[in-house]
Design a protein around this ligand. Structure first.
Ligand SMILES: NC(=O)c1ccc[n+]([C@@H]2O[C@H](COP(=O)([O-])OP(=O)(O)OC[C@H]3O[C@@H](n4cnc5c(N)ncnc54)[C@H](OP(=O)(O)O)[C@@H]3O)[C@@H](O)[C@H]2O)c1
Length: 324
């Protein structure tokens, strides 16, 4: 069975990708910044088949040589590692743009050097939506790109980083005859395999404590009753595997299962878990939003109910002592 390299293997989304790859019989080269860090990466070693099939490599995205070592012998790469900050950072160029863009360039060059055949790059819905000139009534699909100039002028550094690195990866693939597919997940919720909590699960967890912290990620009007597009982490991992395995997968994919207003999300949570305290203040916003993930579905993708995602999320928060 072939070997697939997963960058940032210990992270929230990546851990599920590693789990699914191992379950399907692949050998996995996972890159992590410190393989000895049990708190961050110990869960990977406990995955089924990890002992025989998972090899962790110490690699930083800014260290090209370490990536070449990890990718040596691999047929494919799923590139996931990127800084996902919870809120504003002191130096966004150094802390977000540089690692995301240079990191993706290094991954692409390492793929050429090690003769990798296919790369799936994880981008984001934020590489799509930060574009105020997109016509209000037009459906949001893979043709929409965040406007990088607008992002940089408006402190949307994560959105800019994702859009620039995704576009460059696609162009690199065309120029160098390397098969590159990009997947843009929306807000990822669902159970965690790792014990350290990621940014989007902080947002979900805070809702059970009466706090709306959607402003930790770069959505416009994050404190208002905006639409929030959601995908389950397991469905996201499946989408990445489909993008990797399907020979017909091509270009860019928007990956989002459910879109609902923040107030509606809180109402749903209240009906499922009535004993928590929820935020109440979501100023109304006249907003129209229409997403389509038809391209992803046409690749064979399907997804679970939002209720299941939320119930399983709460179970993992409780298991990890994050919620009583
Ligand atoms: N969660 C979401 O809602 C969501 C939505 C859309 C797209 N995405 C994308 O999905 C991917 C994973 O996000 P996540 O939510 O799973 O976040 P996460 O748990 O924070 O994972 C990010 C991973 O990237 C690694 N990383 C960051 N900078 C690195 C560097 N310079 N060198 C090596 N590794 C580095 C982190 O390693 P350390 O632990 O060592 O920092 C971590 O393993 C990202 O590309 C993100 O943009 C996430």
């Amino acid at each position: 069975m072939e070997i697939v390299c997963v960058t940032g293997a210990g992270g929230y989304v990546a851990s599920w990708v590693v789990k699914e790859l191992l379950a399907k019989g692949y050998f996995v080269h996972g890159t992590v910044r410190n393989p000895a860090d049990e708190k961050k990466n110990g869960h990977l070693k406990k995955l089924k088949h990890a002992e025989e099939k998972l090899h962790l490599f110490k690699a930083d995205m800014l260290d090209y040589a370490s990536l070449c070592t990890a990718m040596d012998g691999c047929t494919g790469v799923v590139h996931i590692a990127t800084p996902v900050p919870a809120g504003k950072v002191a130096d966004p160029q150094a802390e977000m743009l540089e690692p995301a863009i240079t990191g993706t360039r290094n991954v692409m060059n390492a793929c050429l050097k090690t003769k990798v055949k296919k790369v799936v790059v994880v981008s984001s819905v934020l590489a799509i939506v930060a574009n105020p000139s997109w016509p209000k009534n037009q459906v949001t699909d893979e043709n929409r790109w965040s406007d990088v100039e607008f992002c940089m002028k408006n402190d949307k550094w994560y959105s800019a980083a994702k859009a620039i690195s995704e576009r460059e990866a696609l162009e690199f693939g065309k120029k160098n005859n390397l098969k590159v597919v990009t997947v843009c997940p929306s807000v990822v919720f669902g159970p965690m395999l790792q014990s350290t909590i990621c940014t989007t699960n902080i947002i979900l967890l805070n809702l059970f404590k009466g706090e709306n912290s959607l402003n930790l990620i770069e959505f416009d009007n994050a404190q208002d009753d905006i639409y929030i597009p959601i995908v389950d982490v397991r469905d996201c991992a499946n989408a990445l595997l489909l993008a990797y395995e399907k020979p017909e997968a091509d270009g860019r994919y928007l990956c989002s299962s459910h879109v609902l207003k923040m107030k509606a999300l809180v109402e749903l949570l209240k009906s499922l878990f009535p004993h928590y305290i929820y935020p109440t203040d979501f100023p109304a916003l006249d907003e129209k939003l229409n997403y389509t993930c038809e391209k992803m579905v046409n690749l064979g993708w399907n997804y679970m109910s939002l209720e299941k995602t939320l119930v399983d999320s709460v179970e993992t928060f409780q298991k990890n002592g994050l919620l009583s």
